[in-house]
Design a protein around this ligand. Sequence first.
Ligand code: NDP
Length: 412
Amino acid sequence: MDSSKNNGRIMIIGAGGVATVAAHKCAQVPEVFKEIMVASRTLSKCESIKKDIKDRYGREIHIAQVDADNVPELTRLIESYRPFLVLNLALPYQDLHIMEACLATGVHYIDTANYEPPDEAHFEYSWQWAYNDRFREKGIMAVLGSGFDPGVTNVFAAYAQRHLFDEIHYLDILDCNAGDHGHPFATNFNPEINIREVTQTVRHWQEGRWLKTPPIIEDGSIHFSFDYPVVGKRESYLLYHEELESLVLNIKGLKRARFWMTFSENYLNHLKVLKNVGMTRIDEVDFEGTKIVPIKFLKALLPEPSSLGMRYKGKTVIGNVMTGIKDGRTITRYIYNVCDHEDAFRETGTQAIAYTTGVPAMIGAMMVFTGLWQGAGVFNIEQLEPDGFMDVLNRYGLPWQVVECPPLPDNF
Ligand code: NDP
C-alpha cells in the first residue's frame, strides 16, 4: 500500500495494560484515529477492550486474533485491514517480526521497548537499527521507544537540548513509582520482561565508556535517596535502561548518562529470594517430565499487571535532571511528570505505569498521523521534533514541569 496516504486507521498489537491505555487514548481522538483495530494473541482480552471503549466513548473498534511472531499471518491481517501505522504494544520478542510485516506491507511502525531475544536476557537497539536501510528504501518510518522511559524521557532530553541548554553535559533519568498496589509482590508491567531487566548487571555511560556495577539486588549496587517532587524522598537504584544507548549518541556534548529507578525493600527482598531459588531463570528445566521455563511459570502465578489498577494508590514521578551550559553559565534543570494511579484507573481502567506508557504510544502515533513526524528509516524518538510531542503531552494526561534543582553528585 502507499504509506503516504493517511486513511486514519491504526492497528494496535497486544492487549495488555499498555495496549489498553493506548486504545482508550486513540478512541478519545476520533479526528486523528478514525478507525482502530486491536489485534492480539488472546481474543478475549481484545473483546474486553472493545466493550470498555464502546461503554465509555460509544465507539466501535475492530478486533482480531493474531500471532505476531507468525510474519505471514500478521502480514495477511495488515493487508486486509490496511492501517496507516502499526503500534506494537506486544512484547519486545515480537519487535523484529512486526517490523518485517510492516516492511512487507509498507506500513509505519512504532514500539515502546527494544528487541530482546527470548532465550537471552539482553536487549539493545542494534537488531532494530539494522533495519534502517530497508525502512528508508521502502519510504516508511519506524519510531523506536515511544513509551515513557524510553519515550518521554528521550523527548525531554531533545526538548532540553533545543530550548534549555547550549550543551547538556550530565543526564540523570529518575523513575519513581511511589504507588502501592496492595499485593505482597507484583510487577507493574509484563513480569518476565520486568524481572529480566532489573536483575541484569548495571551499566552507565561516562566519557565515552560503559561502566559496569552490580545488579540492584546484589551487594555493591549503587543507590541514593532522591527527594522527588510531591512524593518526597525515595531510595533510587542505578539501573541500565535502554534509552541510554541512543541518548548518548544523539544528545551532543554528553559526558555522563545514568538511569535510576526506585525500589522498595520489600520488592528487592522478594526478588532476591526468587532469584536465589531459581525462579527467575530463563532456561528450560525439567519438571516431572515436562519442560518449563521458571520465569514463565512465575509470570503465571503473579498478578496480571493490567489488573493492579483496582487497588493502586499513589503516584509516579518520572523525569530528567540535566546539568549543562546555557549562555556561558552552568545550570541544572529538572523536567518531570507526576501521574496518579487512581486517576489513571478512573480514566482507562489501568494503573499509572501502563498509563504513562500507553499515552506516549498514542502521542507518537499522533505525530506520524498528523505529519509532524515524517521521514523514512528507523528513528529513536529523540531524533524527531520534540515540541509537538511536548505540547500534546500536556493536553492528553501527562503534563510536565521544568524546575531548577541542584546538580546530582558524581559518586554515591
Ligand atoms: P502485557 O504482558 O500486559 O501485554 C502484552 C500483550 O502482548 C499481551 O496481550 C500478549 O498476549 C500480547 N502478545 C504477546 N505475544 C504475542 C504474540 N506473539 N502475538 C500477539 N500478541 C502477543 O505487557 P504490557 O502491556 O505491560 O507491556 C507492553 C509493552 O510495553 C512491553 O513491550 C513492555 O516492555 C513495554 N513497556 C514499555 C515501557 C516504557 O516506558 N517504554 C514501560 C512499560 C512497558 P496475551 O494476552 O495472550 O499474553
